[in-house]
Design a protein around this ligand. Structure first.
Ligand code: NAP
Ligand code: G3P
Length: 470
């Protein structure tokens, strides 16, 4: 049983009420975290505000020293963190270790980027204005509320926390409840690293219970949120006057114009089914022309049937989805498709929250699965009459995170990519957030603002100008 405490104002904080964390692996309780409320939330924000100026007044060099101490403790506890992830979110060991390593690289790269975020100097000469220098520096925004999703409990938390702290902000962090054992453990390491009191605070509690209280706190300058569209919309509604960075859901299409269908099918399988499809950048529908339709179904079906299904402990690709509620939603999507005439090419009745990889053909646009984000191992294949229809279907979605476009004709691919209303188009590759120095963004319901190390550093800072008249 894992149980770690929260951190507020440089102290470890517990509570008599606890949230029990159920492991998706066996649906048994694997740990507990404090259930904090209004009082602790205001304490966390007050200490973040009270400590922010002194933290920002440290040199970047000194802030980096604290961050490196925290990072070293994460490295030292790499296997332990991975073992928590296996239990807490059913992420296989290899993927969990990769996520921890990716987080370390993220912190290192952020430090390098921050060191080179030099002030910019402008002159007025070009505007026929003499004897005037403008020095524009980037300064911390202040207090940042970081809220992370369950599927990358350390990477998508640190991806907000590290840039925020290094740039001189202070942070109140709310991990996803499934992910809060990792979150509280990581937060305890911040105490061991000796971060000054109030600079980093971790508050646990169900988002549905304490979410509004968090979002409405007047001390917040920026909310950095990663999660679902409904919660993102709630934040937009309540967060009056606060800066927002929202990384939300996706319904990334794999658009097949032409190419080696064998290779394309392998890329689609990886993009659609890794971590049981619980990735925002997962491939969540295939758009294919009639000429390739039968062949791609066969190729995908063969590969889906070979996917390992089981427990993260044995390193299976298809592992139990995060909870029963998600599995029931996936059932609903499949039943809706079947009732409207779809063919279920693969998949069998789920065992609790172990949902078998499901490939669906004969998908029509009146089916929910054509448009909704399953966040599970379901892949619908939509037959299209033309490339124009593929563009239309892609752009009709309320989501606009990424897309994959497979074509041997680079100039055609670029022309099509330019017509897709998404954040990023991956030519001949699956969608993905990494490499983490790349800008990462969603449009429409998929997000607001831009992440990616350099862009995140910009989003957690603002310009401050000093003009010299001489
Ligand atoms: P979620 O249910 O929206 O939860 C995300 C975070 O928001 C959790 O910490 C959650 O806390 C908290 N939360 C819930 N209700 C809240 C409220 N009313 N106010 C404030 N915070 C609240 O999402 P998830 O299930 O963790 O992750 C899956 C979703 O996130 C999918 O839609 C996926 O596409 C999206 N996602 C997007 C990206 C991206 O980079 N674009 C990355 C990963 C995931 P609790 O856990 O306590 O409810
Ligand atoms: O859903 C998490 C999102 O950030 C995907 O990350 O690196 O698996 O594409 P990645």
């Amino acid at each position: 049983m894992f149980n770690y405490e929260c951190v507020i104002n440089g102290k470890s904080i517990n509570s008599k009420n606890k949230i029990q964390i159920t492991s998706p692996v066996d649906l048994k309780v694997c740990g507990e975290v404090p259930e904090l409320g209004v009082k602790e939330i205001s304490m966390a924000f007050k200490s973040a505000r009270d400590s922010q100026k002194n933290w920002e007044d440290l040199t970047l060099f000194d802030r980096i020293k604290y961050m490196n101490k925290w990072k070293e403790l994460i490295i030292k506890n790499r296997e332990h963190i991975a073992n928590i992830m296996i239990k807490e979110i059913a992420k296989p060991l290899k993927d969990s270790l990769t996520e921890v390593d990716r987080t370390i690289e993220y912190i290192d790269y952020t430090i390098e980027e921050a060191k080179r975020m030099y002030p910019e100097i402008y002159t007025g000469d070009g505007m026929n204005v003499k004897n005037k220098y403008g020095i524009f520096d980037r300064i911390a925004k202040g207090v940042i509320l970081a809220i992370s999703p369950f599927n990358y409990p350390i990477n998508l938390s640190m991806a907000k926390i590290a840039p925020s702290l290094i740039a001189g902000n202070t942070v109140v962090f709310k991990p996803a409840t499934s992910g809060s054992i990792v979150g509280t453990f990581m937060s305890q390491l911040s105490l061991e690293a000796g971060l000054p009191a109030g600079v980093f605070n971790c508050v646990t509690g169900r988002g549905s219970v304490i979410g509004d209280e968090l979002i409405k706190n007047p001390e917040i300058n920026l909310i950095s949120f990663t999660g679902s569209v409904p919660v993102g919309n709630r934040i937009k509604e309540l967060a009056k006057g606060k800066d927002l960075i929202l990384e939300l859901g996706g319904k990334d299409p794999a658009i097949i114009i032409d190419g080696d269908l064998e290779k394309i099918s392998s890329e689609i399988i990886g993009g659609a089914f890794s971590y049981s499809g619980q990735r925002c950048t997962g491939i969540k529908r295939v758009l294919v022309l009639e000429k390739d339709y039968d062949k791609i179904i066969k190729l995908l079906k063969d590969k889906v049937n070979k996917l390992s299904v089981g427990s993260p402990v044995d390193g299976s690709v298809i592992i139990p989805v995060i909870d029963i509620k998600t599995a029931e939603y996936l059932d609903e999507l499949v039943s809706d498709a079947k009732a409207k005439g779809a063919t279920i090419e693969t998949g069998k009745a789920r065992k609790g929250n172990l949902f078998y990889p499901t490939l669906i053909s004969n998908v029509s646009l009146d089916m929910k699965i054509a448009w909704e984000e399953p966040f599970g191992p379901i892949l619908p294949i939509i037959k299209c009459k033309s490339v124009e229809e593929m563009i239309e279907i892609t752009n009709k979605s309320n989501f606009g995170l990424q897309a994959s476009l497979f074509s041997n004709n680079i100039s055609q691919a670029i022309k099509v990519a330019k017509q897709l209303n998404v954040g990023t188009v991956n030519l001949n590759g699956k969608p993905q957030r990494g490499p983490d120095n790349f800008p990462f963004l969603g449009v429409k319901d998929s997000g607001l603002g831009v992440q990616g190390i350099g862009e995140t550093l910009k989003s957690v800072t603002r310009l401050k100008g000093i003009v010299i008249n001489y």
